[in-house]
Design a binder for this molecule. Sequence first.
Ligand code: NAD
Length: 440
Amino acid sequence: MNHSAPEQPADVVARLRATFRTGRTKPVEWRMSQLRRLRDMLTENGTDLAAALHTDLGKSATEAFRTEIDFTVREIDHTLDHLADWLRPEPAPAPAHLGGDVSVWTQYDPLGVVLVIAPWNYPAQLLLAPVVGALASGNAVVAKPSELSPATSAVLARLLPAYLDTDAVAVVEGGVPETTALLAERFDHIFYTGNGTVGRIVLRAAVEHLTPVTLELGGKSPAFVDRDTDLAVVADRLARGKFLNAGQTCVAPDYVLTDPETAAALEPLLVNAVRGLYGSDPAASDEYGRIINERHFDRLTGLLDSGRTVVGGTSDRAAKYIAPTVLADVSPDAPVMREEIFGPILPIVTVPGVDEAIDFINDRDKPLALYVFSESEGTRRRFAAETSSGGLGHGLPLAHLTVSDLPFGGVGESGMGNYHGRYSIETFSHRKAVLDKPLH
Ligand code: NAD
């Protein structure tokens, strides 16, 4: 459909709802054709998308493909491979109390028109991966990219209608006024990724229409480092996980929790790890990203004196550059420990041992991710059993979210609900209970 003036949110939703009512989005063939088109969109326009990600975040092409474009292609391929299987009605045991001739099963019904609201840090992946799940589940979708990553938002707003069924998928660009107008409409599901303050606004708006909501939020994800681990390996993996996308990753290790001796041994190894990744002048490295905007730059530079600088600490506002920074001797009450950092600053906080580390974590909001570096099976089991977090990574940060067979989502302050792979089908469908008793 072509429109000369931008469509109002109410009209977009009404148009998509009319399409949904025709049943067009329900057949598995339609769903799979849309997913294949989305895949074509990514493979044919990867360079344009990578250029936009570079404009918005200084993302290197390597990183853009690995963490956004190829990531989404993998999610599509996994879904295409398994969708028919996932959608198969699932028989339940025949209930004895209703007589032997009753059969019962569950089937997935699409929800209707769903809204996906994405943030700016992985602005392509975090818009498109939920869209994959929404389409695979047979829904019509309104996709709202972040206004804080305008180049990527513009490319997605141009490409999505060029590849997908425009009567079933719409992109609405804009910031607070546009999102507020959208949220006034009735959706059948709202999938929001971003911060908890706006998450609460979304949840409040959803209450009016009794709309189910998935909230993919953030928070401070701790990384516990046990004594007697191979600290060079730990430092390398911590630095890779932390400084990817200049630390603007929801599951980045937010801070290191370890004992004082291990902290002292880790410090020089983190210096080496940063140098190994970005050289002695990260500002000159093509692989190192930039801060999204001046507001976040100012917020982050305000956290730089929260401890003793081990490496980094420098910044350049005009370039929105903050060096990969490690801070030691950080007090649990320091400004850097009071909020999610969401930038390239890694504080090291010390505790006497495992018991205190577990208490430290349990005294705070439930994190989106927890990372444990320990050779001790008992210690790893203790963290798994005695703490609660959206995901748990032993020995490797971030990687769990790249596994399509694992649910990705938070708990408590870090969010509600989850997605990826078959978990997206759970999120974007209604699992309907069906009973069938013959009439004769
Ligand atoms: P953001 O500022 O881009 O906001 C996210 C979305 O909310 C945008 O589309 C924006 O337009 C919309 N929005 C902003 N204000 C609004 C309002 N008043 N009413 C309605 N909508 C509004 O992104 P952000 O929140 O800065 O993202 C960073 C946060 O997101 C971090 O806390 C991070 O941990 C979290 N995050 C979580 C995940 C996850 O998968 N769990 C992934 C990435 C980021």
